[in-house]
Design a protein around this ligand. Structure first.
Ligand code: AMP
Length: 202
């Protein structure tokens, strides 16, 4: 349920902030509201027709960021994973924080051509365009339980490719968390039966 949409100028760009009360997410309404309050909707970025969900205000707010990281760890349980994967680039921010807080290692899943050694690679379609993701072939100890993190789940192509890469590199997917899920794009259905943990679903 949308309460109010506030349109304002930010660095010369018009942004729309949406304030909601009837917000929902898999960790309950409180953290869902927190995420909703720290997202900026940026129309027509990176191309016309796309409503970009900018979560930088959440990352920039130390108290909110810590609450979100703690919420992710509490949801899964701190002993439920042996490694954390972050999807380039905003997933890196989340993965590093969860890894540090729980004492596990962090593994980057990167865009094509960025990793220096032998990789597995997977191509996928984005909401806007196409891309290839890669992970080092030796990224995981066999059977390691891996928690995968990203900022936004849209069509699910990025996540599907990443979960596939984790398994091809010898890991077991222990969970997949996003700060925000765009429910109308049905990424969750695409990933089924693998569970999705979204702090906020819109
Ligand atoms: P998808 O593969 O369609 O689920 O897209 C998810 C990936 O693209 C994530 O890494 C997001 O960071 C990014 N992304 C896709 N759509 C958006 C959006 N509307 N706002 C912000 N990021 C997005």
């Amino acid at each position: 349920m949308t309460d109010a949409a506030v349109v304002r100028e930010d660095m010369g760009r018009t942004v729309t902030e949406t304030h909601t009360t009837g917000v929902r997410g898999d960790s309950g309404p409180e953290v869902a509201r927190l995420v909703a309050s720290r997202v900026l909707d940026v129309p027509d970025f990176p191309k016309p027709g796309v409503m970009f969900k900018d979560l930088m205000p959440l990352f920039a707010d130390g108290t909110a960021f810590r609450e979100v990281i703690d919420g992710i760890i509490a949801y899964h349980g701190r002993d439920s994973f042996d490694a954390v994967v972050g999807i380039e680039a905003r997933g890196f921010v989340l993965a590093a924080a969860v890894a540090y807080a729980t004492g596990v290692g962090v593994v980057p899943v990167r865009k094509a051509g960025k990793l220096p050694r032998a990789t597995h690679s997977a191509s996928y379609a984005l909401e806007y365009g196409e891309a290839t993701l890669e992970v080092h072939q030796d990224a995981f100890t066999a059977g390691h339980r891996v928690l995968v993190l990203d900022d936004v789940l849209a069509t699910g192509g990025t996540a599907e490719a990443t979960l596939d890469l984790v398994e091809r590199a010898g890991g077991t997917v222990a969970g997949f968390t996003v700060l925000m899920e765009l429910g109308f794009l049905k990424g969750r259905e695409r990933l089924a039966p693998r569970p999705v943990h979204a702090l906020l679903t819109v």
